[in-house]
Design a protein around this ligand. Sequence first.
Ligand code: SAM
Length: 223
Amino acid sequence: MSTLYIIPTPIGNLEDITLRALRLLKEVDFILAEDTRTTKKLLNHYEIQNQLIANHIHNEHKALQGHIDRIKAARAVALVSDAGTPAISDPGFLLVRECYLQGIDVVCLPGATAIIPAIVGSGFPLNSFVFEGFLPHKKGRQTKWKQLADEQRTIVLYESPHRIVKCLKEIQEFLGEERQVCVARELSKLHEEFLRGTAGEIIAHFDKHPPKGEIVVVIDANK
Ligand code: SAM
């Protein structure tokens, strides 16, 4: 019986990885990685030697059955993405679903993901929240904002530094100028920063300090 282990990897500080994750990365027969070069750096840091096989998002459909065949021929395999938890806005979902369909055990380790430190650090109510990942860049983006205008729960988005100001302007337009927002930037890295305020206040900050790095946007529940 084969097992696929889903292994979260650090989103910033390389110490943000569990002992169990490190042990499994050593012990599995091989590691499926979103980008083998990125994972190689992590393995080198922890002096782990193991075989890496690419599981790139653009190739996920085509490579699926090949990966399933390799997993079936193995005892234990790990799936990692470049950072954080696989399948969260990263490749992984197709493989997990196919493993269940083909009778392969799947074990998901708890660990690093950008969502959790961002929402907990936001200070917004967390009894319920909705995670939207990356909004569509063009087609469907307005429709999504119109749906979010009726959302009663805390909203979590992933956003790029190139689109963050556009996103904040959309929050003003669709959710209102008074809505409180938290922009969590560079979590677990040297320049980690939480910006809290209205979208307008955060735009004013970015006018002086152009946005850089990786960003999670947390939007307060509609009161
Ligand atoms: N699988 C990852 C996870 O579990 O969080 C997410 C991968 S997704 C391709 C990358 C996006 O996650 C970034 O564009 C950013 O929105 C968010 N992200 C990842 N690392 C982050 C960090 N250290 N600080 C803030 N946001 C981060």
